[in-house]
Design a protein around this ligand. Structure first.
Ligand SMILES: Nc1ncnc2c1ncn2[C@@H]1O[C@H](COP(=O)(O)OP(=O)(O)OP(=O)(O)O)[C@@H](O)[C@H]1O
Ligand SMILES: [Mg+2]
Length: 371
């Protein structure tokens, strides 16, 4: 049996002073420390997130009661106490509040020698990568894309210039006006391709003009523009934290970024607007101690754009931030890649969660210089 220093103090009474467990809050996986009865004696910040309960509420609960079908977990905890293994992983399911599909988790039961908590339970979402993993991947993609675009633009523009020049010369030589129709098609298409390449490169080229920016002024500008474009049947809900401090940012670029996101939402809501049931929420919040683009920030601004439209088509959900990915007739698929570039140039991150009936884009921007 394990020595247990928590028995005398009762459940949920781990002496925090004796053990500095704050380091567990830096982990992206949820961690629960359990006593011999399987009662939670400590929960880290990621555990609070995953269960939607504060630490105070988690302490003292029977860990097995948090999951659906927890018999395997109960059995594993018994085996852990008998030292049948050092660690073991098993699948678990977490019921979501308000119904819906349960969340699939991978749980590691780890035996703890010489600690007042005999078992550590580590939980990770099976299918969903963490925000940090997704952000890392996007940052790498963005770097690779930028390189690819630069090279491609160079390779495309040179021959395009030759093509256009040759078509112009040919046009001057042709006497028959019916034939110049063809050369005009060549010239017009060459110009279209040239303009597309320029638009692909534009967000990487524009220098930033930084200054103090009130995010709510940005929101209001975008709201006015989108309501003027497609306000009929659309309800815009403002949920602002007016105490949010000013950002140091390029105001025009932020307007452009937010406009692209809100315009997408309004476009996706076309059907709902006709029914008079379209809603877009603009929400601002401040969050503390968040890692963005590999830097930890004491304070960040979170700007959420939430719509009740059909959701991002499944086939492109993982790729929406890549250039030229579009699920819309007539869309060029550049809007979100521009947003991502602008947000990343401001040291921030963008993320999205989407399902039918609810799409949420989250723009996260540093409010203070990195600690
Ligand atoms: N709020 C949303 N709801 C549903 N689908 C969305 C939403 N936002 C984006 N999308 C999907 O993501 C795709 C990519 O968006 P993006 O803004 O990058 O390009 P686009 O809107 O197609 O073209 P562009 O913005 O260049 O005119 C859209 O075509 C649409 O299918
Ligand atoms: Mg768009």
């Amino acid at each position: 049996m394990f020595r247990s220093g928590i028995e005398d103090r009762g459940p949920g009474m781990l002496d925090a002073g004796a053990h500095d467990l704050s380091v567990l809050d830096l982990l992206v996986s949820a961690v629960l420390l359990l006593d011999e009865q399987g009662t939670i004696v400590h929960a880290n910040a990621a555990a609070e997130d995953i269960f939607g309960l504060s630490r105070r509420h988690l302490l003292g609960l029977d860990a097995c009661n948090l999951f659906e079908e927890a018999e395997d977990l109960r059995q594993s905890l018994r085996e852990a106490l008998d030292e049948a293994f050092a660690h073991k992983t098993l699948p678990l399911q977490l019921a979501r509040p308000g119904g819906g599909e349960p969340l699939d988790l991978s749980a590691a039961v780890v035996v703890q020698h010489g600690q007042p908590w005999p078992v550590l339970l580590e939980l990770r979402e099976t299918h969903y990568r963490t925000r940090i993993e997704r952000a890392e991947e996007r940052l790498e993609h963005a770097d690779a894309n930028r390189e690819l675009l630069r090279n491609l633009a160079h390779e495309v523009k040179n021959p395009l210039g030759g093509l256009r020049g040759a078509a112009q010369l040919l046009q001057a030589e042709l006497g028959d006006p019916r034939l110049t129709e063809y050369t005009q098609v060549i010239i017009a298409e060459a110009d279209r391709l040239h303009a597309l390449v320029d638009r692909l490169l534009a967000p990487h080229r524009t220098p930033r003009r930084l200054g103090p920016v009130n995010i709510h002024e940005v929101c209001e500008r975008v709201a006015a523009l989108v309501m003027a474009e497609c306000g009929a049947g659309l309800k815009l809900i403002r949920d602002y934290d007016i105490s949010a401090p000013e950002l140091t940012a390029d105001r025009e670029q932020l307007i452009q970024a937010l406009l692209n996101v809100v315009r997408n939402a309004a476009q996706a809501l076309a059907e709902r607007r006709r029914q008079g049931q379209a809603e877009i929420t603009l929400r601002t919040r401040v969050a503390r101690q968040v890692t963005l683009a590999r830097q930890r920030h004491p304070l960040i601004l979170v700007l959420q754009v939430i719509d009740n439209g059909p959701g991002i088509p499944e086939a492109i959900r993982e790729r929406v931030f890549l250039p030229l990915v579009s699920g819309r007739d007539g869309g060029t698929g550049l809007g979100l890649s521009v947003v991502q570039t602008i947000v990343q140039q401001h040291g921030g991150e963008i993320d999205v969660e989407s399902r039918p009936g609810c799409t949420e884009f989250r723009l996260m921007l540093p409010l203070t210089s990195p600690a």
